[in-house]
Structures are given as structure tokens and as C-alpha cells.
Design a binder for this molecule. Structure first.
Ligand SMILES: [Zn+2]
Length: 123
């Protein structure tokens, strides 16, 4: 995990999603169909966010995880109260949204995360 003065420089595309809460097009992200073993960290500050063991194929078009790494992902209710945004707890970068009650996995949780918000570190 990096301190603020060490955060990675973001490209315009990364800024659009991570800083301005944009969404990448479905089925385009580099980690959508990607099942190697390792850790997904924040693209901006490299805080560990998700383990590959919690990744599953939801068919939604974005990387999906049914669990997060401890307190490194913060849940924020959208202003309209309908969706829950997920952000990096360290740098507040936008990750995506989290959904419950869809019964994809036993944990009944789907973190729908933009690939561009993460970086993969192989074990
Ligand atoms: Zn971060």
C-alpha cells in the first residue's frame, strides 16, 4: 500500500473511472475473463483489495468477487439509496458497486469491479 505522495500516476482512462466514478464498457476489461492466482490491488495506491479465490464468473461483463480483503474496501450507499458504491479504503478511488441477494455464490455477494481500477499481482 502506498502513501499519498507515492500513488501511481493515472492515465486519462483510469482517471475517468477511478476519480470521476466512471464505468468501463462491459466485457472489455483486462480482468473480466481472467483466472490466475494472486491478489488484485488498487491501481492508484496498490492496497490489496481482492484475492483470486473470491473471483467468480457472473457473466455480467465485469470482474466479480464474492468477498473482499478485510477493511480495504469501503461500502458507500449511493445518494438515491439504490446501489452501494465500493471504493478503496486507502485512497477512496472508485472500484464499482456491490450487490447482495443475487445468489451467485454461497456468500450471496457480488462486487462488480472495473478492471481498470485494479492491478493484478501474481502469487
Ligand atoms: Zn487505493
Amino acid at each position: 500500500m502506498k502513501e499519498r505522495n507515492e500513488w501511481n500516476e493515472l492515465t486519462p482512462d483510469e482517471k475517468r473511472v477511478i476519480l470521476n466514478k466512471g464505468t468501463e464498457y462491459p466485457n472489455t476489461g483486462e480482468y473480466n475473463s481472467f483466472y490466475e492466482t494472486g491478489t488484485f490491488v488498487c491501481r492508484q495506491c496498490e492496497a490489496p483489495l481482492y484475492r483470486s479465490e473470491s473471483k467468480f464468473n457472473s457473466g455480467c461483463g465485469w470482474p466479480s468477487f464474492d468477498d473482499q480483503i478485510a477493511k480495504n474496501v469501503t461500502h458507500v450507499l449511493d445518494a438515491d439509496g439504490r446501489r452501494t458504491e465500493i471504493i478503496c479504503a486507502n485512497c477512496q478511488g472508485h472500484l464499482g458497486h456491490v450487490f447482495f441477494g443475487e445468489r451467485f455464490t454461497e456468500k450471496d455477494t457480488r462486487h462488480c469491479v472495473n478492471s481498470i481500477s485494479m492491478k493484478f499481482i501474481k502469487d
